[in-house]
Design a binder for this molecule. Structure first.
Ligand code: NOJ
Length: 545
């Protein structure tokens, strides 16, 4: 298997608006990221993924871009950004940027021109269709954020297509001029010296020819993985990506391992690695058996041929210790267990800011406290059907994207030390208990556990390139698996439950050396194969085969 820096790396995702505010406007900013770079570096991570900082009316927190070559005022200036890149590089880390090219903002000049008339030269840069004979939308598809993918535009009497909000029209990738404009823009950033891209919903670029009605419109998987997508990515690779030493990670919803390999196969000339959503989208609550099945299928599907990524939360998915673990009695143990898993399963691990101190989801009282356009739109849609607003709110809370978007809790001072102003979204009220200052003061904190896990990855190739075997298939609480590389074996044992669990370790692990554990009193050697794992206990053992 080819060795690559991005396979060996640990990536830290910075959602800058909630990271650290230096100018008191209530939004985090680029200068805030710069000020906290030593904090990120101390964790041991190699790569920072910065979510979109480009000019944007900010309807979808920067994922609606109105100018790809400028920086949003809230985030700072281009000079700030250039300093950020330099400071990241000075610390021997790398910076990858979000690439959002399935859609732009409706305020982008391209769209302004496109919508101005049917014969405008940029008309075909977006997707326009006539109404159905009854005046309705061209087909019955749902978008991610609204009941229809089509929005009627009075000016020219046609509908335009949007996979997300109305303010996020999709680009027409069939048009070669669009592709060239995007490739040019990518070179603009790569030539500034960035180290790669996280590619937003990159498998949505190609649309189904003719836009036929869907049998099940609520199942929006018709939006992605359509014929033509691989040609676009191969062209992008040929014209842009392959000319730089970078990493690319595609956000690829609705993908199975078999199709995933088409995006990241080492012989395909497309992307390096991907985020699939079989956990984040298909497992609203923890299901150990399903999770193991997903891991096994991905391992069998792509190991040795392509590269996976591991994550359990990000700015779109509720904090992992709340969604999948126990954020109450066993918050510390549970956060450490989940981290052990993410950092020892095959693929590059991703940390979402705040995860390293065990930040939790939120439970705001009113829909007014929530900011997420996906949640707000869905709330409106359901309430407009006549449903009870309270009931709708309760239903939407657990998976609201705002669970992950509350400000990083730096200390116990007002607003968790995030801002001197009014934060754009309320701080989680538990910041006096859970904050960075406290984590850095406690030698056994979640933070230092992450630091140790990351250091282990640096010293042990087996954690990166080793194979994977599940020894606990079917067990709903225990997860035991090995990673093997040449003569090195690692055994990972996890008790993902609130009760003690008895466990028999495999024979060959007798006297294995304990590498890390989230309980303090575990013997240094596995001298007894019969063992009991306490609630949310995690251990990694190593032995020579
Ligand atoms: C995925 C991004 O992560 C999410 O935040 C955004 O709303 C959509 N893509 C649309 O760009």
């Amino acid at each position: 298997m080819k060795q690559k820096w991005w396979k060996e790396a640990v990536v830290y995702k910075v959602y800058w608006r909630s990271f650290y505010d230096t100018d008191g406007d209530g939004y985090g900013d680029i200068n805030g990221v710069i000020q906290k770079l030593d904090y990120i570096k101390k964790l041991g991570v190699d790569v920072i993924w910065l979510n979109p900082v480009y000019k944007s009316p900010d309807k979808d927190n920067g994922y609606d871009i109105s100018d790809y070559r400028a920086i949003m005022d809230k985030a700072g200036t281009m000079e700030d950004w250039e300093r950020l890149l330099e400071e990241v590089h000075n610390r021997d880390m790398k910076l990858i940027m979000d690439l959002v090219v399935n859609h732009t903002s409706d305020q982008h000049n391209w769209f302004q021109e496109s919508r101005s008339s049917e014969d405008n030269r940029k008309r075909d840069w977006y997707i326009w269709r006539d109404p159905k004979p009854d005046g309705g939308p061209p087909n019955n598809w749902r978008s991610y954020f609204t009941p229809s993918t089509w929005e009627y535009d009075e000016k020219t009497g046609q509908y335009y297509f949007h996979s997300f909000a109305i303010e996020q029209p999709d680009l027409n990738w069939r048009n070669p001029e669009v592709r060239e404009a995007i490739f040019d823009m990518m070179k603009f950033w790569l030539d500034k010296g960035i180290d790669g891209f996280r590619m937003d919903v990159i498998n949505l670029l190609a649309k189904i020819e003719g836009f036929p009605d869907a049998e099940k419109p609520e199942k929006i998987n018709y939006l992605g993985n359509n014929p033509g997508i691989h040609q676009y990515l191969q062209e992008m690779n040929e014209k842009v990506l392959r000319h730089y030493d970078i990493m690319t990670v595609g956000e690829i919803p609705f993908v199975t391992p078999e199709d995933g390999l088409k995006y990241v196969g080492e012989d395909r000339g497309e992307l390096d690695t991907l985020f699939h959503f079989q956990v984040a989208d298909d497992m609203p609550e923890w299901d150990m058996v399903q999770f193991k099945d997903i891991q096994k299928k991905w391992f069998e599907g792509i190991f040795g041929k392509g590269w996976n990524s591991q994550f359990l939360n990000n700015h779109d998915h509720t904090r992992k210790v709340t969604r999948y673990g126990n954020d109450k009695a066993y918050r510390e143990e549970s956060a450490k267990l989940l981290a052990t898993m993410v950092h020892t399963l095959p693929g590059t691990p991703y940390i979402f800011q705040g995860e390293e101190i065990g930040m939790t989801g939120v439970d705001f009282d009113s829909i007014k406290d929530y900011q997420d356009i996906a949640m707000k739109n869905k709330y409106r849609e359901e309430v407009d059907k006549g449903r009870d607003p309270e009931e709708v709110l309760e239903e939407l809370k657990p998976l609201s994207r705002d669970n992950s978007r509350t400000p990083v809790q730096w200390d116990a001072s007002e607003n968790a030390g995030f801002t001197d102003g009014e934060p754009w979204i309320a701080v989680n009220p538990n910041y006096k208990e859970i904050n960075v200052e406290k984590a850095l003061d406690e030698p056994h904190s979640i933070y230092y556990y992450y630091q140790k896990l990351i250091a282990l990855r640096k010293e042990n190739d087996v954690m990166i390139y080793g194979d994977y075997e599940d020894l606990s298939e079917g067990d709903e609480r225990l997860y035991m698996y090995t990673r093997n590389l040449e003569e090195h074996s690692w055994l990972i044992v996890l008790n993902h439950s609130d009760e003690n669990q008895e466990l028999t370790l495999p024979n060959e692990s007798i006297n294995a050396e304990l590498k890390i554990s989230n309980y303090e009193d575990v013997p240094e050697k596995a001298s007894n194969l019969q063992t009991t794992l306490r609630p949310h206990e995690a251990r990694i053992y190593s032995y020579i085969k």
